[in-house]
Ligand binder design. Structure first.
Ligand code: GLY
Ligand code: MN
Ligand code: MN
Length: 430
């Protein structure tokens, strides 16, 4: 692998925490993702399912993790099933984990080959009352594809209909939302790679450059620094494209005088960073662009201060909404009657700022987190207010990634990435 992996002690600890939350006489199963087909014999690059990765660090397809804390035989408390390899298979299919490598990387002692799964699982099923299944319960999930996990669940339900079922996902949502120091270091590394990409393009963006050429500059810098690439599909949006929240075509030419919204960031070791900057194509903001830019920046700074232990998601968004409303009044985008006539369900500011201010960040870009529970130290959030004004031909969003501290303001993992308008202008004009 091209990244520095976390030590096995991290995964040992993650499994210990998961197993501590399980009911007596239960087992839990976690599958790798499929390698998704394109057509003929083409496939998309493999992306490991983040849950099995979180619990054992294995970054390989066709792997299955079974946790069974009350197993009769101690060696069956943690089992990892892997696609078989040996010297001959390695020549034909490329290097896969050996049993010894897998033990070292994951801290799991019992490694079996995948073809033994059904036989071993039959034996384990006789000893347990409850099976934990890992359904995708993320609040933003909208998945139509049947995953390898879904196929396993359907198989297990058919073959073991008399067992009780339980949900792994709420346990994982809780555990994964609070990051260890090692995880924060991986996210920091992803942010540092993103910084390199951003500094590179500050010297590159000029009137006439194409959005995809900017994308290529980022990709070059990310790959050169041991990232697999973009943590999510990059948004490189000049002019009015910046008002399309999910613009990913990146196929337009940047025009003098326009703004360029860049929602682009690197992954590292399967951890995401998530950054947005908005820069002037010509190297200098107009007076109006600058006024809106500074308003977004003030909202971002105020929102960041609210990310402290105990803060509730809903109240946080309401508070940020008030700060944003004041800025929009100041900019003349709202007038007092808009605010007087607003309802709690439809606040006036939503006309110009229609998305959330923050989301959890980690192994997934929109990471796990129980958003009805208070925020805690060690959670990583984005802060990403924006003001979008199609009638003026530009939208501005600014986004950093921060870690909640035990007390006081959060730590900004992107504090070295230029953000103030003067800093951006002077770097672009250098
Ligand atoms: N880049 C995705 C987001 O900001 O949420
Ligand atoms: Mn983003
Ligand atoms: Mn984001």
């Amino acid at each position: 692998m091209r990244y520095q992996p976390l030590p096995a002690s991290e995964y040992i600890n993650n499994r210990k925490n998961f197993m501590a939350a399980m009911q007596p006489k239960s087992l839990a199963v976690f599958n790798s993702n499929d390698i998704y087909p394109v057509s003929a014999d083409s496939t998309l690059p493999f992306e490991q399912h983040r849950d099995i990765f979180y619990l054992c660090g294995v970054d390989q397809e066709e792997s299955i993790l079974v946790l069974f804390p009350d197993a009769v035989e101690a060696r069956h408390r943690e089992i990892l099933f892997l696609k078989e390899t040996n010297a001959h298979i390695a020549v034909w299919e490329g290097a896969k984990l050996t049993q010894e490598q897998a033990q070292k990387q994951t801290g799991i002692q019992t490694i079996y080959w995948l073809q033994d799964f059904e036989r071993v699982f039959f034996e384990l099923a006789a000893q347990c009352d409850t099976m934990y299944f890992n359904r995708n319960e993320h609040y933003r999930a909208a998945v139509e594809t049947q995953t390898r996990e879904d196929r396993f669940i359907a198989w297990a339900q058919k073959n073991y209909p008399a067992h009780k079922q339980a949900r792994s996902n709420p346990i994982l949502q809780r555990l994964r939302s609070v990051k260890s120091d090692f995880e924060i270091a991986q996210i920091q590394k992803a942010c540092d790679i993103t910084e390199k990409g951003f500094r590179r393009i500050l010297n590159f963006v000029k009137p006439g450059v194409w959005e995809y050429e900017i994308e290529a500059e980022f990709a070059h810098e990310f790959l050169k620094n041991r990232s697999k690439g973009f943590a999510y599909t990059p948004i490189i949006a000049s002019g009015n494209n910046s008002n399309v929240l999910h613009y990913i075509e990146n196929n337009q030419q940047c025009q003098a005088g326009d703004l360029l919204l860049l929602d682009v960031a690197a992954e590292y070791g399967n951890y995401s960073s998530d950054m947005t900057r908005t820069i002037p194509v010509s190297g200098q903001f107009s007076k109006r662009q600058r006024a809106v830019y500074d308003a977004v920046l003030r909202v971002k700074k105020e929102a960041t201060q609210l990310l402290t232990p105990g803060t509730l998601w809903k109240q946080y968004h309401e508070e940020v909404g008030k700060v944003m409303t004041a800025e929009l009044l100041q900019l003349g985008l709202l007038d007092p009657s808009d605010v007087q006539n607003q309802s709690p369900e439809k606040p006036a500011y939503k006309k110009y700022f229609m998305h959330g201010t923050s989301h959890h960040l980690g192994l997934d870009t929109h990471d796990y987190g129980l958003i009805l529970e208070p925020m805690q130290a060690g959670m990583v959030f984005t802060v990403e207010p924006g003001i979008y004004i199609p009638e003026e031909g530009f939208g501005i969003r600014l986004e950093d990634d921060v870690v909640i501290q035990p007390s006081g303001a959060p730590k900004n993992l992107m504090e070295n990435i230029p953000l103030e308008a003067e800093a951006i202008e002077s770097l672009m004009q250098a």
